[in-house]
Design a protein around this ligand. Structure first.
Ligand code: SF4
Length: 498
């Protein structure tokens, strides 16, 4: 039965309107952003929030129906719209269903590199006692498969995981058998510096549809400086590895990530141009994690949040310019935030989730059988801080892990809806809580937002993105919508009716 049109009275404002939960942020002298509980936003003239709250908002205003439709206010004709709001809210938090999707297996701590920002205590090549045993591997795979999620990503990390390739093969074989038995889909990724890549490994990856992810920190002088190895040739080895892997697996199965160090901060353009030179179409301008061994080498890697923001801003400008010149290049952090800002969907990105994705969306199985809430939690443990150790796969059940005091604390202090500072922040529904970061940097999982580097960075990045959305530059809007919908600019423009 078709729904009848609402009567004319439904479109007429009423000064009897009620407020729905929303937050606001002053973007500049003239503009405020209003954001509702589901992350829908409106740019409005400065002072609008005050007028709405004080019920001074004129019922005959042009904005009134929009405020009602976007769930900032409601009146007597609003009840069907409130059901829509509930549905949107459920969609936004859909990532909670299905529990942990990303399972990281640290199969060895051995590595040939000694990167300044190395986040684990890497061991030299002959230290076999730092490899994962078969017993631990079997128990960790069991735990992974018990997670209710139908779609699981299994990621191998290290150290350098290719140094323990027999263990990888064992885990892949039992994980694939188990997933097939339980009707689960399994994606497999190996994060590697590619120095130990062989034809046999590539053939195996091809046969098992395994993706490779590597580190590329920029042009040779930055990459080699950030990532020392015997011979000082990490860049050459990485590029050769990328090219071999692409030939064997196809370009879409080989990804690269960069980490921003103090040296990188001066060279956003050169780093991005290196990604273009190597024919990548994505780049993630990632700040360094201020944990673990990165803290010890802070004189080489540390920097202020504001310096990172200037790097990000210059980088994003350059990326937009490259798109303008016809080269499709996506900045991943921007893409994640834009998906949260412009679509009703949540994303699976752990750092920007509330409740925090630590444990809930990612679990890390260390070589020694310890289970951690995130990779950063494992780094802290390498510095003898075991706050986020959830248990041991050989002696604890999945129920033990998810009712452990550490996991409960993460949940309690991992909801930005109730954190001081975040609870009334307009950017709350796009942002996260990151209790591991705040514990590591401020000694307190709740954290103090006015002095939090996490807060400052995200606040500045989101203000910048909203300014770009507000700028009226139709090219930027098209690029951003292309990133959100995974379409390149030509596809994006072809889909818009002329
Ligand atoms: S961390 Fe900062 S930017 Fe993010 S929601 Fe909290 S107050 Fe807002």
């Amino acid at each position: 039965m078709p729904r009848p049109f609402a009567p004319q009275s439904a479109f007429v404002g009423s000064s009897d309107y009620q407020l729905l939960p929303f937050r606001f942020h002053r973007l500049d002298q003239q503009t405020e952003i209003l954001v509702n509980e589901c992350g829908e936003f409106l740019f409005v003239p400065e002072g609008t929030a005050r007028k709405i709250i004080q019920k001074e908002f004129p019922a005959n205003s042009e904005l009134y129906p929009t405020l009602k439709a976007k769930h900032f206010i409601y009146d007597e004709s609003s009840s069907p719209l409130l059901d829509v709001l509930a549905a949107k809210y459920r969609t936004k938090f859909g990532f909670i269903y299905g529990s942990t999707k990303l399972h990281i297996f640290v199969v060895t701590l051995r590595c040939d590199h000694s990167c300044h920002y190395c986040q684990v205590s890497r061991q030299t090549l002959n230290q076999g006692q730092f490899d994962m045993s078969r017993d631990v591997a079997t128990a960790a795979v069991d735990m992974m498969l018990q997670c209710p999620s139908k779609h699981i990503t299994l990621e191998f990390q290290g150290g350098e995981p290719l140094l323990a390739f027999d263990t990888i093969k064992y885990i892949v074989s039992i994980a694939k058998d188990g997933a097939a038995r339980l009707g689960k889909e399994l994606d497999i990724v190996i994060t590697s510096n590619l120095a130990f890549l062989t034809d046999d490994i590539l053939n195996y990856c091809k046969a098992h549809e395994i993706k490779l992810s590597t580190s590329l920190d920029g042009p040779e002088f930055i990459h080699n400086s950030n990532r020392p190895r015997p011979g000082g040739d990490s860049y050459k080895v990485t590029i050769e590895g990328i090219n071999r892997a692409r030939r064997a697996l196809g370009s879409s199965r080989v990804a690269a990530l960069m980490t921003t160090t103090q040296l990188s901060l001066q060279h956003p353009i050169e780093i991005i141009d290196e990604y273009v030179r190597q024919s990548f179409h994505t780049i993630f301008l990632r700040p360094i994690s201020p944990y673990g061994f990165a803290l010890r080498s802070q004189h080489k890697t540390g920097y202020e949040t504001d310096a990172f923001f200037e790097f990000y801003k210059a980088g994003l400008d350059h990326i937009l310019e490259l798109n303008r010149r016809g080269y499709n290049l996506v900045e991943i952090y921007t893409q994640i935030l834009l998906r949260k800002i412009l679509t009703p969907e949540g994303t699976g990105y752990v750092d920007l989730q509330s409740p925090s994705g630590a444990g809930l969306n990612v679990l890390v199985y260390n070589y020694d059988g310890s289970a951690y809430a995130t990779d950063e939690a494992r780094m802290l443990a390498e510095m003898k801080d075991y706050t986020f150790k959830l248990g041991r796969v050989l002696t604890n059940s999945r129920a033990d892990i998810f009712t452990s005091p550490a996991f409960v604390a993460l949940l309690q202090q991992g909801c930005n809806q109730s954190l001081p500072g975040c609870s009334d922040c307009a950017f709350q529904s796009y942002c996260g809580a990151d209790p591991v970061y705040h514990h590591a940097t401020q000694g307190d999982m709740t954290g103090h937002r006015p002095t939090s580097g996490f807060c400052r960075r995200n606040m500045k990045v989101m203000e910048h993105l909203f300014s770009l959305l507000r700028s009226g530059d139709s090219f930027i809007q098209d690029v951003f919508w292309g990133w959100v919908t995974d379409r390149n600019l030509a596809e994006m423009r072809a889909s818009i009716p002329q």
